[in-house]
Design a protein around this ligand. Structure first.
Ligand SMILES: Cc1cc2nc3c(=O)[nH]c(=O)nc-3n(C[C@H](O)[C@H](O)[C@H](O)COP(=O)(O)O)c2cc1C
Length: 416
């Protein structure tokens, strides 16, 4: 029996994480704006003893091309802090983590919103800090366009310092480069002290900020070696900030497709893959590779030589390497990546999936996982009823909550 236990987050995403989930025969196409749907998902996750539910966010459309946006699984949805405030009243134990941007908010206002969520949920809130890399979002906040990466992270560092200062009741007032404010926060600490800090940066600046401020880090890694390299890199940065390896929980994304037999799981996976429209797959692959448009090339031909991208160098190299190694056409590669949007996918029986998760957890590549069901509620229910009991039998996951706050679930100390 293992003593160290996995942390599990449920990544919410309207109809599901598979890009064609909205076309699944049992999918709920209006899921994005149906509060009943989200209550059902959060309660299912709470019965299964997940540590938290997590909402991504961008203040704008997710795709610039309306034709593509209208064919993906997430084109409309609630503002997440509002959504989680409603879920706080419908659940009792599960953590509630929302994304919010440091580029399009001010610390005082966001400190109030999260401190409110933290209090009204009894100490279950978390904030996923993002700097927002999308030019679509930038266009909704003035006409100056997307600010450079380094500038966004400089603002994010100051933002994190100010917001934690407010939450931790440090001396009031701040007069800095990006922000100036006078008062202390007008909301008291919650039972967990302050919201949990979450981050998912992948660049040097992103990982450094996470090492300095985050309690939980999300990542996207396909191969074991990639996940392990990220894990070691991030944990290795903690000492410089006077922190211990266990102070930060690293939770890579995983998109599981589970069934009673491997053949049944594979058939479910292939049925979903068949639903991906080619233009959507190729458009997503283009943005994933940070190149303008792969639609110019024959879809059944090989990936062309690519200019090296500034945006996501390591990720681009991995995709290109895989395409060359497996001799994949643009169509095949597009389907492969579009399905789980680049995240790690596992297809099999509960035992096979538990084996895979256990290998990464015990092999030093993860402290837990951010679970991304292919479609809701079907694949969430399958994971909760098949995989979680298998993890519990192995002593790898809790059978009940021991505490009431998100920090309790994650085994994190109060911050002050
Ligand atoms: C699981 C996960 C969830 C993310 N959620 C969001 C989000 O909701 N909004 C957003 O703007 N970026 C989101 N990101 C992007 C990251 O915040 C980050 O910008 C990205 O990983 C690139 O790293 P960098 O900012 O260090 O360059 C997410 C990334 C991951 C891996």
């Amino acid at each position: 029996m293992s003593t160290r236990q996995m942390k599990l987050g449920l990544f919410l995403w309207a109809t599901g994480h598979h890009i064609a989930a909205w076309r699944h025969a049992d999918a709920h196409v209006r899921a994005g704006i149906d509060i009943g749907h989200y209550i059902e998902l959060a309660r299912t996750a709470e019965v299964a003893k997940f540590d938290m539910v997590f909402c991504e966010d961008a203040a704008g459309l997710r795709e610039a091309d309306v034709q593509i946006a209208s064919q993906t699984s997430r084109s409309i949805g609630f503002e997440p802090i509002s959504l989680l405030s409603a879920l706080a009243a419908q659940t009792e134990r599960i953590g509630l983590v929302s994304t919010a941007s440091t580029s399009y908010n001010e610390p005082y206002g966001l400190a109030r919103a999260f401190a409110s969520l933290d209090n009204l949920s009894g100490g279950r809130a978390g904030w996923n800090l993002v700097t927002s890399a999308s030019p679509i979002e930038a266009a909704n906040f003035g006409s100056t366009g997307l600010r450079p990466h380094a500038d966004r992270y400089e603002r994010a560092r100051e933002f994190a310092t100010v917001i934690t200062g407010l939450w931790h009741r440090k001396a009031s007032g701040h007069d800095g480069r990006s922000f100036s404010l006078r008062d202390p926060l007008d909301i008291p600490p919650s039972p967990q002290g302050a919201p949990v800090m979450v981050q998912a940066g992948a660049s040097d600046d992103g990982k450094d900020l996470a090492a300095r401020t985050a309690d939980v880090v999300f990542s996207a890694a396909q191969a074991f070696e990639e996940a392990k390299a990220f894990y070691d890199d991030l944990k290795g940065r903690l000492e410089a900030y006077g922190r211990q390896p266990d102070d930060v929980k690293i939770m890579p994304g995983v998109s599981p497709i589970v069934a009673a037999t491997k053949a049944e799981a594979q058939a479910k996976y292939e049925a979903l893959q068949e639903l991906i429209p080619d233009d959507v797959g190729v458009a997503l692959l283009s943005s994933y590779l940070s190149i303008s448009d792969l639609r110019r090339y024959p879809i059944d031909g090989p990936l062309p030589e690519l200019p090296e991208s500034e945006g996501m160098k390591s990720r681009q190299a991995l995709v290109v390497e895989q395409a060359r190694r497996d001799g994949l056409s643009i169509r095949e590669l597009a389907r492969y990546f579009a399905g789980a949007r680049g995240h790690w996918r596992v297809v099999g029986t509960a035992k096979q999936i538990a084996d895979e998760l256990q290998a990464r957890f015990e092999g030093g590549a993860a402290d837990g996982f951010n679970v991304m069901p292919s479609w809701f509620p079907g694949e969430l229910v399958a994971f909760a009823t098949l995989v979680i009991p298998e993890l519990q039998r192995r002593g790898l996951f809790r059978k009940d909550y021991e505490g009431r706050t998100l920090r309790d679930h994650l085994g994190l100390k109060r911050p002050f």
